[in-house]
Design a protein around this ligand. Structure first.
Ligand code: ADP
Length: 667
């Protein structure tokens, strides 16, 4: 076994690898960029080496510096984590040349799977079933379009070098093909420097089921059951679970064996994942093989009781696999939810900010939190906006799901929008409980999952208003004890008459009006609070960062955090982010929402697709911008004309910046 390894990654996965290394008595070396000087992974490692500036291109992707760091510290092996250099065959080669062990598969296996098209050709030869499609070398737009036309729509365009859903576009009809191809190619060339595409039949109701495989260098290979990752947004996983609900032992074996066959076809060594689409009729199709540890590997660890990073280290050190196929056991059920800094109401666009308040649920035998950040850390534009992975395990799916919901309701973050509420709504949605899964789950159950109904918003506003008046009252009490305070001369007017106060609160992207009347009875203050058609009688107290609320006799204790004017109230089933809107500040700030002609986030203008002065129809693409390696198309909110574009291709724009001067046509 190694004495010292270097982890060529950051965030939760770097911390995850360090934990296992420590358990095995292996010393660890972290690498870090300027932005990560104080990051958790750096403080957890025994040693750390600075490797460059914040952008990953200038640090985590600089593999010469990573190898240099191995030499400097005497690290015998490198764990690449996922992302960054994990599937970079040049890096793998450079490690070999430098005599450093790459903790992953051999160069040939990475190369074989590096291109989705080449991988498909290999799998075809090995007899693994494929999604029907075109994965040839000829890339002329006419040929690609013809392939799509012949196959019939819908089709899916995929970058052959792809990953992370980038360079991927659904096309629903022939007329949209050209625009989609151009966009997918631009995105692919920005992300991977390679704009080659493949075209696949788009399956409308598949499940994403993937098999964890493991091979050692002695010719042994096993599969460690499957994971169901059907719940996705933007074609990216948000909740994963193992085992896949409804999986028969026969199908598991069939898929497992196909996956092992796929791994053997490329002389695989180490941890790998073979991804399949599982159709309603039980047919499954090879999608791709990821030649690394997956983000969602913990669910497999929970049900098999194995430490997959330990397996990786053992295999890389030349040891045999710890288990034979017949010894692999499945116990209970596990879920993983990915906690992201992102805005579910704005197409899940990543957001950035400071984690002003961060309180994960308590870890136990059933609850595990894999994270790489601490309160006060920054979620920056430079890296993936994942804050943590929440993993739960119990003896069956229902119990595990209850744990998931509970743990999500205890996950408290403020300082930026996150998807925690969205995940909670998902985890408690009835169709999810019934495991009625397919990759369109979120779209299909939109109404259920995004259920900020008017009533919910009003209830939230009432709680927010109660907090505001209690805070006010407390400040006033503090002031009243000061005999010289000017407040004392004016405070008496409240004493006898009910006094109504009006608040405008912003929550759930809406502005909600609330009025609060103080009912003076005895010593304790009671309030009548109205919002929309709801009227309640409430009282409460602020103590130790918590709001003790009694609303119409229903008592609850609500942790509160305040940051930059945003009040976060963590109720039993959601995290309310409330801002008090100051009255009479002139026109409302018109950002976000449908038809907003503002930049959704910091980014770069890629191309202008309309001409100033020429009429466009509602929904026409006006311009494309790129942010965090994803393209966003800004569309005409109505029929009309672009008077002026404020930016040119290549310009950097800030989130919220107005991009276009647009005049709607006269009705
Ligand atoms: P990436 O490597 O960019 O993440 P994948 O090829 O793994 O892309 O696909 C990501 C997701 O896109 C899949 O999990 C699935 O939900 C969806 N998907 C991929 N191919 C198809 C297809 N042919 N039909 C329907 N959905 C697909």
């Amino acid at each position: 076994m190694f004495d010292k390894i270097l982890i060529a990654n950051r965030g939760e996965i770097a911390c995850r690898v360090i934990r296992t290394a420590r358990k095995l008595g292996i010393r660890t070396v972290a690498v870090y960029s300027d932005a990560d000087a104080d990051a958790l992974h750096v403080s957890m490692a025994d040693e750390a080496v600075h490797i460059g500036a914040a952008p990953s291109r200038e640090s985590y992707l600089q593999f010469d510096r990573v190898i240099e760091a191995c030499k400097r510290t005497g690290a015998q092996a490198v764990h690449p984590g996922y992302g960054f250099l994990s599937e970079n065959s040049q890096f793998c080669q450079a490690c070999d040349a430098a005599g450093v062990v790459f903790i992953g598969p051999p160069v040939g296996a990475i190369e074989a799977m590096g291109s989705k098209s080449a991988a498909k050709r290999i799998m075809e030869e090995a007899g693994v079933p494929l999604v029907p499609g075109y994965h040839g070398e000829d890339q002329s737009p006419e040929l690609l379009k013809k392939a799509a036309d012949d196959m019939g729509y819908p089709v899916l365009l995929k970058a052959t070098a792809g990953g992370g859903g980038k360079g991927m576009r659904q096309v629903w009809s022939a007329k949209d093909f050209d625009e989609a191809l151009a966009a997918a190619r631009r995105e692919a060339s920005n992300s991977f420097g390679d704009d080659r595409m493949l075209v696949e039949k788009y399956l409308t109701r598949p499940r994403h089921v993937e098999i964890q495989v493991f091979c050692d260098s002695r010719g042994n290979a096993v599969y460690l059951a499957e994971r169901d990752c059907s719940v996705q947004r933007r074609h990216q996983k948000v909740i994963e679970e193992a085992p896949a609900p409804g999986m028969s032992e026969a199908l598991r074996q069939q898929m497992g064996e196909a996956a092992v066959q796929a791994a053997k076809a490329i002389d695989y060594v180490g941890a790998g994942t073979v991804e399949f689409l599982l159709d309603e009729d039980g047919s499954f199709y090879f999608m791709e093989m990821n030649t690394r540890l997956q983000v969602e590997h913990p669910v497999t660890e929970m049900i098999t009781g194995q430490d997959l990073v330990e397996w990786q280290l053992r295999v890389a050190a030349g040891e045999a696999l710890p288990l034979a196929q017949e010894d692999v056991q499945i116990n209970g059920h596990a879920f993983e939810a990915r906690i992201y800094a992102e805005d579910p109401d704005n197409d899940f666009l990543p957001v950035t900010g400071t984690l002003a308040f961060l309180q994960p649920p308590e870890e136990s035998a059933h609850v595990r939190v894999d994270t790489g950040v601490l309160q006060g850390d920054e979620v920056s534009v430079y890296y993936d906006p994942m804050i943590a992975k929440l993993i739960v395990h119990d003896e069956d799916r229902d119990k595990a799901l209850r744990r998931l919901a509970r743990a999500l309701s205890e996950y408290r973050i403020s300082g930026m929008r996150t998807n925690v509420d969205f995940l909670y709504n998902l985890a408690t949605a009835e169709p999810f409980r019934k495991a009625d899964l397919d990759t369109g789950f979120i779209e299909k159950h939109r109404e259920l999952i995004f259920h900020d109904s008017e009533q919910d918003l009003q209830r939230g506003a009432i709680l927010g208003a109660l907090y505001l008046v209690l805070r006010q009252a407390r400040r006033a009490t503090v002031a009243e004890t000061d005999p010289y305070s000017p407040w004392n001369s004016t405070s008496a007017w409240r004493l006898n008459e009910p006094h109504a106060q009006h608040f405008a609160l912003e929550l759930g992207g809406r502005e909600i009006a609330v009025s609060v009347e103080q009912l003076q009875r005895g010593g304790s203050r009671r309030y009548r609070i109205c919002s929309g058609n709801q009227t309640v009688t409430a009282r409460g107290e602020l103590k130790d960062g918590e709001l003790y609320a009694d609303i119409d006799g229903y008592r609850s204790r609500v942790p509160v955090a305040e940051h930059d004017g945003v009040i976060s109230l963590y109720t039993e089933d959601s995290a309310l982010q409330i801002r008090e809107v100051q009255p009479d500040l002139g026109e409302a700030d018109d950002t976000g929402g449908e038809g907003a002609l503002t930049a959704p986030m910091n980014g770069t203008i890629v191309t202008l697709l309309a001409q100033a002065g020429v009429a466009v129809a509602r929904g026409d693409a006006l311009l494309v911008m790129e942010a965090m390696k994803m393209e966003h198309t800004i569309r005409a909110p109505a029929d009309g004309t672009v008077e002026e574009f404020f930016y040119a291709p290549g310009d950097l724009v800030e989130g919220g910046a107005e991009l276009v001067n647009f005049s709607p046509a006269e009705a």
